[in-house]
Design a binder for this molecule. Structure first.
Ligand code: AMP
Length: 281
């Protein structure tokens, strides 16, 4: 596996692939890789000849400085995992390479997507995500890029970005990978104590309970019941639990048999912020 640190080396890597008429699949990450990330590498391998994975903790998408400073970093084991899973190149840029003109804020308006849930609770977050993914696409020049449904709203923002800026990159979504007990894998999970991890199971449990609600309970009643329950859980600070249309991101308030709807949750367990989502069937 190539370990690429500069845009010049990326160009050479790309040139070699292009002369062989090979396609490039791209998986952007912030490192501390787990099976969720590795599932994206596998999907990229299915959809392209060569796979580039970037590891870059993007400062412009953090709204909480502490979260940025404590974000886990395990580059050596990440590179070993990527190599073992058949990734062809790891792109590990510095902040100067991604932002040669400094950390200049950019402002995007993806409509409702930029106002609800994650956007509302992490103001400026998606501006940073769009900024970094545009720049990474410019560096890597991929044919396809794979993003996880774990960050479902982010995936929708990326689809908006590609459409709005006429990018030729094909975006592929990939399902959430969970631990056997239901906890969605996240790089931040290692920041939790054993006790916090048990508390964190409440997120996927709440989503499952709403999806499997009794027939005589409406969607809104089921959501309200879970909100009420979660508010009583100690060390868990619920930010939102709502259902939204997967295309428009309109909140679902009163529909009882939702189609194209998904549940979204965000909560802090002690100091660790977690998100999860689930298809409503
Ligand atoms: P991150 O390193 O957290 O920025 O995530 C990089 C990519 O991995 C994003 O597209 C995430 O949606 C995806 N990802 C993170 N966790 C999971 C998971 N549990 N299952 C599937 N994809 C994931």
């Amino acid at each position: 596996m190539h370990i690429i640190l500069t845009t010049e080396s990326l160009r050479l890597f790309e040139k070699e692939l292009r002369t062989e008429q090979k396609t490039i699949g791209f998986v952007p990450t912030m490192g501390s890789l787990h099976d969720g990330h590795l599932s994206l590498i596998a999907k990229a391998r299915e959809n392209a000849d060569a796979v580039v994975c970037s590891i870059f903790v993007n400062p412009t998408q953090f709204t909480d400085q502490r979260d940025f400073e404590t974000y886990p970093d395990q580059l050596d084991s990440d590179l070993a995992l990527l190599e073992a899973h058949g990734c062809h190149a790891a792109f590990v840029p510095t902040v100067d390479i991604i932002y040669p003109n400094g950390l200049i804020k950019e402002d995007y308006d993806p409509g409702l997507l930029g106002q609800v849930m994650e956007a509302k609770h992490r103001p400026g977050h998606f501006n940073g995500v769009i900024q970094v993914v545009r720049r990474l696409f410019e560096c890597v020049n991929p044919d396809i890029a794979v993003f996880g449904e774990k960050d479902f709203q982010q995936l929708a923002v990326i689809r908006w970005m590609v459409k709005t800026f006429d990018s030729p990159v094909k975006i592929i979504g990939s399902p959430i990978i969970r631990d056997p007990d239901g906890l969605a894998l996240s790089s931040r999970n290692i920041l939790m104590s054993a006790e916090d991890r048990i508390t964190a199971l409440n997120l996927s449990r709440a989503l499952n309970a709403i999806v499997k609600r009794p027939k005589n309970q409406s969607l809104i009643e089921a959501i309200d019941a879970q909100i009420h329950r979660l508010k009583g859980v100690s060390n868990l600070d619920l930010e939102y639990l709502e259902a939204a249309d997967i295309n428009t991101f309109e909140p679902l308030k009163s529909v009882d048999n939702p189609v194209n709807a998904r549940l979204f949750i965000a909560a802090k367990v002690s100091k660790t912020r977690l998100i999860d989502n689930m298809l409503l069937i």
